[in-house]
Design a protein around this ligand. Structure first.
Ligand SMILES: NC(=O)c1ccc[n+]([C@@H]2O[C@H](COP(=O)([O-])OP(=O)(O)OC[C@H]3O[C@@H](n4cnc5c(N)ncnc54)[C@H](OP(=O)(O)O)[C@@H]3O)[C@@H](O)[C@H]2O)c1
Length: 238
C-alpha cells in the first residue's frame, strides 16, 4: 500500500465518519473502525470509494482486547491512529465504563498498535473542551464522568510522549467545544437543560464538518508532539 494508512476508531457515524471522509479526501487510505454498526461504516467507506478515495472497514469494540488484536491483525502497516471512539453517556453504562473506554482502552489500543505504527507516525487523540479543561472549567453534571475519564486518557497518553519520541511518533490532541447536531449534544440538552444553551451564548457551536476538518489537518500537520488544536469555545482559552 503506497498510500498512508489511517485507522479511525468510532467512524461509523458522527465526527469519526466525517473525519474519515475528510482524511480520505486528502489522499490517505482510511480504515473505519466500528463497534457494531457494520452496515453504516460500510456505507461511508463505499461513499468514499465512489468519490475516488480508498477505504475499508474493520469492527472491534475498543474495550475488548481480543477484538482489538484481531482488528490490528487485519491491518498491515499503520501511519496514523486517530483515537476518536469514546463513550460513557450510553443508557445502562456502568459506573466504571467511562474510565474503561476513555482511558484504559485508549492506552491499550496505542500499546497494541505501536508494532504496526511506522517510525515517524502519528497518534491523534480527539477530545472535548469539557474534558481537556476538566477541573478548570464547569462541566454539565451528566458529562462529568466522561470529562474526567477523557482527561485521564489524555494525561496517560501525554505520559508516553518520551517513549513515542524515540520512534519519532508524535501525539496531537484535537479538542472541540460541544459540536452542533451530534447525538451527545442532543442527549445533554435533554439531561442537563441549559448546559448546551450556556455554550451557545459564547457564539455558534462548531459543526461536525469544522471539527472533522481539524482532525484531518491534525493527521498531517507539521506540529510538535503534544500540540493541542482547539476548535470553537474561544472563551475556554482566556
Ligand atoms: N459530540 C460532541 O459535541 C463532541 C465535542 C467535542 C469532542 N467530541 C469527541 O469527538 C469524538 C466523537 O464523538 P461523537 O459525538 O461523534 O460520538 P458518537 O456519535 O457517540 O459516535 C460514536 C462512535 O464511536 C463508536 N463507538 C462507541 N463505542 C465504541 C467502542 N467501545 N468501540 C469502538 N467504537 C465505539 C460508535 O460505533 P457504533 O455505531 O458501531 O456503535 C460510533 O461510530 C469523541 O472522542 C468525543 O469525545 C465530541
Amino acid at each position: 500500500m503506497d498510500k498512508r494508512v489511517v485507522l479511525i476508531t468510532g467512524a461509523s457515524r458522527g465526527i469519526g465518519a466525517e473525519a474519515a471522509r475528510q482524511i480520505a479526501a486528502g489522499g490517505s487510505h482510511v480504515v473505519l473502525n466500528y463497534r457494531e454498526k457494520r452496515k453504516r461504516a460500510q456505507a461511508i467507506a463505499d461513499e468514499i470509494t465512489a468519490a475516488g478515495g480508498s477505504a475499508d472497514v474493520v469492527g472491534a469494540d475498543v474495550t475488548d482486547t481480543v477484538a482489538v488484536e484481531a482488528m490490528l491483525d487485519q491491518i498491515g502497516k499503520l501511519d496514523v491512529l486517530v483515537l476518536n471512539a469514546s463513550g460513557g453517556l450510553e443508557l445502562g453504562a456502568g459506573p466504571d465504563y467511562a474510565m474503561s473506554i476513555n482511558r484504559d482502552a485508549q492506552v491499550r489500543l496505542v500499546d497494541l498498535a505501536l508494532p504496526k505504527l511506522v517510525d515517524g507516525g502519528r497518534i491523534v487523540f480527539v477530545t472535548s473542551h469539557q474534558a481537556h479543561f476538566h477541573g478548570r472549567k464547569p462541566v454539565p453534571a451528566d458529562y462529568e464522568p466522561i470529562a474526567a475519564s477523557k482527561r485521564a486518557g489524555e494525561d496517560a497518553l501525554r505520559a508516553r510522549l518520551p517513549e513515542l519520541a524515540e520512534r519519532g511518533i508524535t501525539l496531537v490532541v484535537v479538542s472541540g467545544d460541544m459540536i452542533e447536531g451530534t447525538i451527545i449534544v442532543r442527549l445533554l440538552e435533554r439531561r442537563n437543560p441549559g448546559a448546551v444553551d450556556a455554550r451557545r451564548e459564547h457564539g455558534d457551536l462548531p459543526t461536525v464538518e469544522e471539527f472533522a476538518v481539524a482532525i484531518a489537518d491534525a493527521v498531517n500537520s507539521p506540529v510538535e508532539s503534544g500540540h493541542t488544536v482547539y476548535v470553537g469555545g474561544g472563551d475556554y482559552l482566556n
